[in-house]
Design a protein around this ligand. Structure first.
Ligand SMILES: NC(=O)c1ccc[n+]([C@@H]2O[C@H](COP(=O)([O-])OP(=O)(O)OC[C@H]3O[C@@H](n4cnc5c(N)ncnc54)[C@H](OP(=O)(O)O)[C@@H]3O)[C@@H](O)[C@H]2O)c1
Length: 260
């Protein structure tokens, strides 16, 4: 039995990780901003699966809050903690359908804080303690958007994938794995929260969060560094990676048109 810390574990993909890991008997530490929703989610999971669920109310856009979460990841058995973290899922994130020319660049900066700075800080804290123990898994939720060029969100997710590959290299041979999960479109609160229109996205491109997570956990068990669950997206991304950059940019331009 392991313990998993999941950022953004109250909704969408993070909540699907929480269900899947609790179903196999893992204890959980859930992190998010909305503390009422955290308590409700934790109580539901504990009742349904009989596992221990801790919660940490934290805004990962805030550095001090992120340091608090990193401290939980750094706790070891030797410090009297019953449940050191064996699995980190760096999942919290959001869409940024904001022009790169916007006068107010705050949404972009918050994106860096939550989807880059927090991922780096939590990955470092988890990686150090897991390496010492000789086991553990780090999953960073990236996106297939990182393989195209749809503004700052794509740039951030390209960083997450590249960072994860670097982390996997640093951890090679230590017993600790690092995996970048690159989902396509997944039915969650993500698009509604960012006010991204989805009416034009064909049905076959939508993924179910529970199926996505099952695919990712199989890839983690297999030691894969880049996880792209579903044959559809493996084929699409395989093709995109071989396109000349101007063609990729043209496709990205069409996909982003009308977003801001
Ligand atoms: N849905 C997709 O199509 C899709 C595709 C590719 C990749 N992704 C990636 O998947 C990850 C999860 O997204 P989702 O689709 O599951 O979205 P979601 O349903 O909107 O869930 C987002 C979760 O993150 C938490 N969160 C957001 N901002 C936070 C902050 N500043 N500090 C702490 N927690 C925060 C939210 O809780 P609180 O609001 O309570 O903080 C919530 O639990 C993101 O990294 C996203 O980029 C999503």
């Amino acid at each position: 039995m392991a313990t998993a810390l999941i950022t953004g574990g109250t909704s969408g993909i993070g909540a699907a990780f929480a269900r899947a890991l609790a179903a196999r008997g893992d204890d959980l530490v859930l992190v998010a901003r909305n503390v009422d929703r955290l308590s409700e989610t934790a109580a539901g999971l504990a009742a349904r699966y009989g596992v221990q669920v801790e919660t940490i109310g934290a805004d990962l856009a805030n550095r001090d809050d992120t340091v608090r979460v990193a401290r939980r990841l750094a706790l070891r058995h030797a410090q009297g903690i019953e449940r050191p973290v064996d699995i980190l899922v760096n999942n919290a994130g959001f869409g940024i359908p904001v022009s790169l020319l916007a006068e107010d660049t705050t949404p972009h900066e918050v994106g860096f804080d939550v989807m880059i700075r927090a991922v780096l800080m939590l990955g470092a804290a988890a990686g150090r303690t897991m390496r010492e123990r000789g086991s553990g898994s780090i999953v960073n939720v990236s996106s297939t958007a990182g393989f195209v060029t749809m503004g700052n969100y794509s740039a951030i997710k390209a960083w997450v994938t590249s960072y994860t590959e670097g982390l996997a290299n640093e951890l090679a041979g230590t017993g600790v794995t690092a995996t970048a999960l690159c989902p396509g479109w997944v039915r969650t609160e993500f698009h509604q929260r960012a006010e991204i229109g989805v009416s034009k996205i064909p049905d076959f491109l939508w993924l179910d969060p529970d199926d996505l997570v099952a695919g990712c956990l199989a890839d983690v068990a297999g030691g894969r560094v880049i996880s792209i669950p579903s044959r559809r997206y493996q084929l699409l991304i395989g093709a995109a990676r071989h396109l000349p950059r101007p063609a990729l940019r043209a496709i990205s331009r069409r996909l982003s048109s009308g977003r801001h």
